[in-house]
Write a protein that binds this ligand. Structure first.
Ligand SMILES: *Cc1c(COP(=O)(O)O)cnc(C)c1O
Length: 440
């Protein structure tokens, strides 16, 4: 009898309800931008666990902070006591957001619980029953965050009673940036003039780049116009920075690229550098709505808070936003060179180290190359590159590597993707390899 592999043991023990698997990846460690497979291979991780390992794996400053917090752990929770790491983290977050958002910080475990809490709080605190969000938006995987999301992977899940989904302008698919922006603004104005009275809307949730929806970068002035409409009608602008925030876009906050100032900002994923923690930061009158309104037991866990504080300090000290801008440009240049030779690449977009590569069956029809995308990430994994895909049609390769990525690592990733795309285009990847991988 052969010993089962780590991947087989996982399948035999862990519920697949939380699986989002693309290839048989099993890892036993990590080091910077590399994961160490159970077969001893070093895998270049250009996903960074969907951006959650934003400083890479086993970053020394996170290890140091976590070890220190565990030496004499200040409880496990902020529910019934103050602890220093949570307070310091909150103070730090208040110092890095625009003044209009710098009221109070709510700490949670995940982007999902933070978005869910904000969705409840804005309705409760304003007395307005409605929320606007985007088609394709991903705000989380709990009932309350799915209820305000528009991603097709969550079809069939109950939506919030007051939710209206609006189109996210997509320059590649909607006739260019100008036309896409005009149509999306027109849609919003017509809603306000008719079925969705703006004085009933508590908040509009945005992703400054719609990541799980396909790494869609909005037209440059779109969110400024949305912000103006929100201000005009007293609607809170909630910015979900969970995936693209905290340096990843080449700026500390992704919304800075678009010249807007949200009222409420949600952080997650990279905030904990691989540990579970999230934060919602906003005006006191909303974020202090009432006590015992939204909590789970280990919110404000001092170990996770210490990790998050180390993440923020490291991003600042090492100017990782600047590194994301520079290496992101280098990576994008490399991908643009691949576009010259691979007909399957229809569009490349992003900011900093948040990059999407859209694969199409041909550039005229722009038909999503869903099957080829799944084969490409599978083949890339065989070659040593970890990359997942996103998008409402599952055809966008998503790059959210560690902010510490080097140009040499970026080049190595481009080389492996080059080979993977050739192997897929030339039929050298057996389609049957996908049978066990449902993706999304
Ligand atoms: C991942 C994600 C979330 C949810 O975060 P979880 O940590 O999975 O709960 C929310 N918003 C955006 C934009 C995300 O990418």
């Amino acid at each position: 009898m052969t010993t089962p592999s780590l991947y087989q043991r996982d399948a035999a023990a862990i519920s697949k309800m939380s699986f989002l698997r693309f290839f048989p990846q099993a890892v036993v460690g990590g080091d910077g931008a590399y994961l160490i497979g159970d077969d001893g291979r070093r895998l270049l991780d250009l996903s960074a666990s969907w951006g959650a390992a934003g400083l890479g794996h086993s970053h020394p400053s996170i290890r140091k902070a976590v070890n220190k917090a565990l030496e004499s752990q200040a409880g496990a929770s902020l529910l019934s006591t103050a602890n220093l790491p949570s307070v310091e983290l909150a103070e730090k977050l208040l110092s890095i957001v625009p003044k209009r958002a710098a009221g109070r910080v709510w700490l949670g475990h995940s982007g999902s619980d933070a978005n869910e809490t904000v969705a409840r709080a804005v309705i409760a605190a304003t007395g307005r029953p409605r929320i606007l969000a985007f088609n394709g938006a991903y705000h989380g995987g709990t009932s309350g965050s799915m209820a305000i999301s528009g991603h097709p992977a969550q079809q069939g899940v109950a939506k919030a009673a007051g939710l209206t989904l609006i189109p996210y302008p997509n320059a590649y698919r909607d006739g260019g940036a100008e036309q896409a922006e005009a149509a999306a603004i027109d849609h919003l104005e017509k809603l306000f003039a008719g079925p969705v009275p703006p004085n009933e809307v508590a908040a509009l949730f945005i992703e400054p780049i719609q990541s799980d929806g396909g790494m869609v970068v909005p037209p440059q002035n779109y969110f400024r116009k949305v912000e103006a409409l929100c201000r005009q009608h007293g609607i809170l602008l909630v910015c979900d920075e969970v995936k693209v925030g905290l340096g990843r876009s080449g700026r500390l906050h992704c919304f800075e690229h678009f010249g807007i100032e949200p009222d409420i900002i949600v952080f997650g994923k990279g905030l904990g550098g691989g540990l579970p923690i999230s934060a919602a930061v906003g005006p006191t009158e909303i974020m202090n709505h009432s006590a015992a309104f939204s909590f789970q037991t280990v919110h404000g866990n001092p170990v996770c808070a210490a990790a998050a504080l180390a993440v923020l300090e490291t991003i600042e000290r090492n100017d990782l936003a600047a590194n994301a801008a520079e290496v992101g440009q280098h990576l994008t240049d490399g991908l643009e060179r691949l576009k010259q030779k691979h007909r399957m690449i229809g569009d490349i977009r992003g900011r900093g180290l948040a990059i999407g590569v859209e694969l199409v069956t041909d550039r005229m029809s722009k038909t999503p190359a869903r099957h080829e995308t799944a084969l490409t990430v599978y083949r890339a994994f065989e070659l040593g590159l970890v990359l997942y895909y996103v998008g409402v049609s599952s055809n966008i390769l998503e790059f959210t590597p560690p902010l510490t990525l080097t140009k040499a690592e970026a080049d190595s990733g481009v080389d492996m993707l080059d080979r993977a795309l050739s192997d897929v285009a030339e039929g050298r990847v057996d389609p049957d390899v996908l049978a066990a991988f449902e993706g999304w």
